[in-house]
Design a protein around this ligand. Sequence first.
Ligand SMILES: [Zn+2]
Length: 501
Amino acid sequence: MKITIFDGHGTIGGNKIYIEENNEGIFLDFGMNFSSYGKYYEEFITERPSRGIYDLWRLGLIPKLNIYRDDLIPDDLSSEILKSDKIPVKMVLISHAHLDHAGNVSLLRNDIPILGSPETLVILKSIRDTSSAHLGNEIPYSKERIKDGFLLKASKNIIKRKMFVTDSLNDESINFLSSVNLTSKENENMAEIDDFKNHNLHFEFKPFIVDHSIPGATSFLIKADFEIAYTGDLRFHGKRKDGSMDFFKNAKNARILITEGTRIGRADDTNVSEEIVYENSFSIINESNDLVISDFSPRNFERLETFKKIAEKTGRSLVITTKDAYYLDALDALNKTEMMKNLKIYSEYSLKENKWQSIIYDKYGGEYIYPNDIKNDPSNYILCFSFYDMPKLLDIMPNGGDYIYSSSEAFGEEDIFSFERLLEWIKFFNFKVHGIKIENNEIRFEKGLHASGHASKDDLIHAIDIMDPDLIIPVHTENPDWFLQNFENVKIIKNGKDLTF
Ligand SMILES: [Zn+2]
């Protein structure tokens, strides 16, 4: 068996871990490395869509391997790609739907299937449906590019990617995953969905749903000549903490542990629980007589529940974006939950009405809140907006209110953006800001308004002690040396390097 770390060493995110045995290979995640992307790119400088993977290849932002979609390879790159390593890739196991773990999957050859939990697949499908064709989100299906020499043009042809799912799905969710919710003009092509046990690989997988800041996060046991345990991202202080512990207990026979270490480098690493986030946010909102903006990752549904509870207690309405409603509606259908209950949807001024928007409007038409409603009675609402929604506030023109930053503690899991710009918007609307501030020209996060999605040092040490692996390979951490200092059997594998057993 050979383990290669193509990306994800010494950094948070971008995991691309390759396992090969018997001439068969699988990837554990194939994420976007936001920190290396961020060296060159920001909101308005990105890879040029008409050049396919050319820019990412030249900048070294993706591994130089012959594994990518042919329709993304322009003529001036094809001979170089043909000369590069053509490793066998039979499947990508996706630990969860954060783009630093899944965001580069769309670049891979279309005959490479993905495997994930029902929630992971539903969220990735929602991301795809609600955003325009982009190399980072075309995971369940993509628009075929037509090659014209050095240039690539998106066509209306939809290419599907086969999905293996780790648990059973009801008909509604099968339907959701296999439909292409773009405009009706696009050629529809039903995606193939199959039970994960039906793969015909040399490897065997055992998935465990674990605790992280997004539903459906999965750790895997991979069985081949011997067993490997891969954490993906996890923590031990949220609602699903028992799932995380269960994974480590079941991993006792595994020889190798490939583990995240996101919080390892931080000086103050005490856990903030979701209850503390609730209490701190509640007291801010309870004292406010004006509009409240709560800024958190729309995929963090535990946080959504927290603010829903606060809204109920303080007599306000919680208003989400149509995009968030689309995710929640799909997850409600999957798990037979009622997350959409009592939520209001923000009606933004927009010329476009896409299929996904009309699906939500047809179902929840009576729940829409208009900019004027909020303008006339700001203290009645908590608006779930983030940086990207700031321009919409110009239709409300709030003057004062509270802005609660309750989001990921580091850039990297979802996107790259400028906190300086966010703070300018906050200043423009005269909001009082909570959770983030600038001190000596540096951005500081105030503790207590966000519960981390990742394990603390103590929790991780405890779990690893229980599992007692022969070898630990740290990834998804800026401080891999911490593992060397705290455990005996640690092997650090740098990007592009491998280890053979
Ligand atoms: Zn994550």
